[in-house]
Structures are given as structure tokens and as C-alpha cells.
Design a protein around this ligand. Structure first.
Ligand code: 1GP
Length: 227
């Protein structure tokens, strides 16, 4: 079984973005704790299966972060299910989840499923726009969502999502101080070793996405950063 509590670093790969075999090999052999397959636009069964089968050549754990029902498929080691805590629309909190369980509940192996309490903090990112996330939050709001995730819903993961934008390390530190059982994921705008280091001090696990496609060399350096 995979102990996500032990994870410190993961790369997130977008099934809609091309990546060469050579680059994928470097990513999968980098020593990262996991590869998360996930995106917002154009996530299809076809491109998810294609990317999964390519990652499967390596031993690194491979996770599907489920973004829609169409692309849900067996074959991953784990399934992360985002539930957006700061959305205006219930479908992103529990609606699609209800639909998925209604359809696939019998088949699901619950040991492979982890819910991520998402708090989307960058108003410009696609995920914020799609889910109508309320991003004008002060620190106390974010802390309340973190407590809600852990104390009220017992979610295994709280995800501070700044996708495309480097977030506020002071806030990540504050949130980290509030969580004892729930794992803190930080993702967004990590482009340098320095940034990886800064966020790793506070987040249990940092998620590195876009920079893989923009500057792979620098992306690979974020793996072995000590907090
Ligand atoms: C996106 O949190 C991840 O869901 C990573 O963000 O792409 O900005 O690194 P970046």
C-alpha cells in the first residue's frame, strides 16, 4: 500500500500536454514520490490512458486526480478525488462525487481512494474559473477550510491550490500549524529550487506542475530539496 503521509514531492502531469519519452523518463526516474495525472481542460479517457500506460513503464506510483467521470479508469495505484471547499457550486464539492459513486460505487476499491479538500487560491487559474471558487479569502477563511477538512470531514488531504501562481508561504505555514492528521499539499507556481525549499518547510508534500513543461532541468532539481 502507498503511504501518502510519507510523500514529500510529486509531479503533476497534464494528459492534454505533450511530453517526450525522454523527458518522461527523467521525470519518472527523478526520485519523486509520485506522478499525479490531472488537468482541467481536455482530460479525456484517451489521453489519460495514453499517459498512464507510458508512466507505467516505470516503478513510480501513479495517481489519477479525477477531474471528470469520462476519464475515470482502472489501472492507477491511487485515485485522488478533489472536493472544492471554497466553490459556489455544489457539484464541485459533492455533486459529481455523488454521481460517480452512484455509477461506480460497487466497483470502487476504497483503499485506493483519497479525497482532497481543495482550497483554490488563485482566481486566475482555470480550476478556479471552472469551479467558481471564491478566492477572495483572508487567512482566517483559509484556516477555517483547513480545520473543516480535518476536523469536520476528516479528509485525508488538504490541498492549497495556487495553480500557475506562487502562493503565500506564510499562509502555508499557518495552515500547516493547524493540521495534525490531514496531509497538507501545496501546489502552484513552483519554478525554482528556492521556492520548492520554501514551501517544503511547511507543506507535507509539494506538487510541481507547469515548470516540467517549461524548464525540465529546474523542475527535476525540486525533487531532492531538503526543507
Ligand atoms: C496544479 O498544483 C498544481 O494543480 C501545480 O501547480 O502547475 O503551477 O506547478 P503548477
Amino acid at each position: 500500500m502507498y503511504d501518502v503521509k510519507e510523500w514529500r514531492h510529486a509531479f503533476k502531469l497534464d494528459p492534454d500536454k505533450p511530453i517526450s519519452d525522454k523527458d518522461l523518463e527523467k521525470i519518472c526516474e527523478s526520485g519523486t514520490d509520485a506522478i499525479i495525472v490531472g488537468g482541467t481542460d481536455n482530460v479525456t479517457l484517451e489521453n489519460v490512458l495514453h499517459l498512464m500506460s507510458r508512466i507505467r513503464r516505470y516503478t513510480v506510483p501513479c495517481v489519477l486526480e479525477v477531474s471528470n467521470l469520462e476519464s475515470l479508469t482502472p489501472g492507477f495505484d491511487l485515485y485522488f478525488i478533489p472536493s472544492v471547499l471554497n466553490t459556489e457550486e455544489i457539484q464541485w464539492l459533492s455533486g459529481l462525487h455523488h454521481q460517480a459513486i452512484k455509477e461506480y460505487g460497487e466497483l470502487m476499491d476504497w483503499d485506493e481512494v483519497l479525497v482532497e479538500g481543495y482550497c483554490i487560491l488563485n482566481s486566475d487559474c482555470k480550476a478556479a474559473q471552472l469551479t467558481k471558487a471564491i478566492t477572495s479569502l483572508d487567512d482566517e477563511d483559509v484556516i477555517a477550510y483547513a480545520r473543516m477538512a480535518e476536523k469536520m470531514f476528516q479528509m485525508p488531504i488538504f490541498y492549497m491550490e495556487y495553480s500557475g501562481n506562487y502562493g503565500d508561504p506564510k499562509l502555508v505555514e499557518k495552515v500547516s500549524g493547524q493540521l495534525s492528521n490531514t496531509i497538507l499539499f501545496y501546489g502552484g507556481g513552483i519554478q525554482t529550487v528556492q521556492q520548492a525549499k520554501e514551501m517544503k518547510q511547511f507543506a507535507d508534500c509539494i506538487i510541481v506542475g507547469n515548470v516540467v513543461y517549461e524548464n525540465l532541468k529546474e523542475a527535476l532539481k525540486t525533487v531532492h530539496v531538503l526543507p
